[in-house]
Design a protein. Sequence first.
Length: 677
Amino acid sequence: MLYEIRNATISVGGNDILTGFDFRIVDNEKIALVGKNGTGKTTLLRFIVGEVELDYNSDNSIGKVIKSNDFVIGYLSQISFSDKNITVYEELSKAFKDVIDMKIKIDELNNKLKFEYNEGDAIRLNDLINAFNNSGGLYYEKEIKIAFNKFGFDTSDLNKKLSEFSGGQITKISLLKLLLMKPNLLILDEPTNNLDIDAIEWMEEYFKKYKNTILLVSHDRMFIDNVCNVVYEIENKKLIRYTGNYTNYLEQKEKNFLSKLSQYKRDKKKLDKLNELTERFRYKATKAKMVKSKDKMIKRIEDNLEMPFREKNNKKEILVSSQVESGKVVLRCEDLVVGYGNKSISKVNLLVNRGDRVGIIGKNGTGKSTFIKTIVDEVKKISGVFYFGHNVYYEYFEQNVANINSDDTIFEYFEKIYPSYTNEQIRDLLGKFSFTGEAVFKKVSKLSGGEKVRLTFAKIFEKKPNLLILDEPTNHLDIASKENLEYIIDNYDGTVIFVSHDRYFTKKISNKILLFESGKTLYFSDGYIDYENYENRKNEIDNKFNYDLITSSIYDVKNPMDEGKIDYSEIEPYDKYMSLSEAENLKNIETNDTKKISKESFIDNKEKNKILKKIKVLEENIEKLEKDNNDLKISLNDVAIQTDFQKLYEIDELINKNEIKIDNYLKEWEELNDLIK
């Protein structure tokens, strides 16, 4: 399978979202699309499924789309349930329509052959049975049950009507149906939202063995790390492809930036030198040709001189501290039973000391948020005790913060909370959380989920508590905002207790883990690694599920296509590759010509001719080196080279060595010209 977009532009409401971009999908790739909120990730997905059209490029051309004939797309937003009076099992079984149709034909032929044997029917029956078995017909029912359980449902729920499920549950069932359909290209927008850790980890195993291609938008960095082998980033209206998982992408992006920055500095230095030379010789008639040549070179460098782009990050500006230090014991829970009414969900024993970062994890419905609401007095305890220590002052972030509604503007909202603050103080505070300029006059009710989360954190952090109690703080945040929050908490001098399904965030922030499991809690004093070791041991003992069953596909899987990568073996080592013509030019010059000639020497016509000859050779060598470097710089735009950082390093080294030689030649050229001017 192949899907490719070439030199395309996508606009929304007259504003360019992506310009002059290329994008390709090859068989069996697991592709993550990343970028800040609002950069166009979902818009690109909508274009691929035909909901958005390409716009014209700046030169009035329009991009091309190439796709293979067998290209079948599955996209979550396209899944809808026309009849909510049927059971979940009936709806999910539609994903196996081809298999079920084969089973019906097999039964019909079997019944027919019982009464009247026909060789043609017998052959057809045999072919159908083989196709049925190869398509997973023997275990598709088990496949439905396994997947349904892993998404947090009970097997008995399969017989319930769709109308009996909540909106969030319907979304999960829609996702499950899409997974079971196994299209050539599976497109998912934030597939881990509202899933607990068990369901996310199950989905990871599913995707690792999934035989078709996946394109997903996700802010779950660990999920991308564990599943994806290609990352596309949208930044500054450009789309850049990186080979590898999320960790590889971060490493490659940083190396790519540093390489471009190094090239920018070299070009800037060279430009300054050329400008200095041309100004020195601009009004000397004998140097007119040389000056004209250098002017062209200067223009070429100026046209391509661009500081490499790096997204501004404000995280170092946001430092949160507590007003007062708490006592050593921050929170103690002794046989604390949490639940609603008389219905117990879990029992908690916990001691939190000053400076702890306690991550609370577990399946949905095990009592994590109920525990948080209990200790902040939103839900009454059933039994047991809990109490906060001396001088503990907490602020609570609740996970439904995106539901905040207010007709106040952001500025008015903060003005009411902090009436003693000046306009400048309020703007400075909001600016740290990326609310700048006219953005502060947006109504709170009109903000996105992510903006409301940032607004709430701005309010909480300004109160300078010594305990943060956070319930799903990363919901609605893009990756950059999550990284900012991680930085803030890393540098916070207080204590943190938080619930999160974001494993990357939890692993990075927590030093203790409280696991809610089967009506009880388990405490891991060594943090997330300790918890992972526990899970690994448990899985070794209790390996209940055969993931191979769920990952079978009714589609033939082709080998990945040959992407036509460049054969770098043809690029010879630096000394050979860059210096042959220079040596050829220089070998005919007499040895004594290479000696430095002082300004005080008497230069006759014969000597002057030798110097002019040497100047010409130097100019030829400089011109060749500049051409070679230009070719090397062009090669850096090749996608295959951009994702091969060993080759990037080698080419960067070649360019650097050439620049050193050019500088030396220019210096010698300048000295010789000074002698004969």
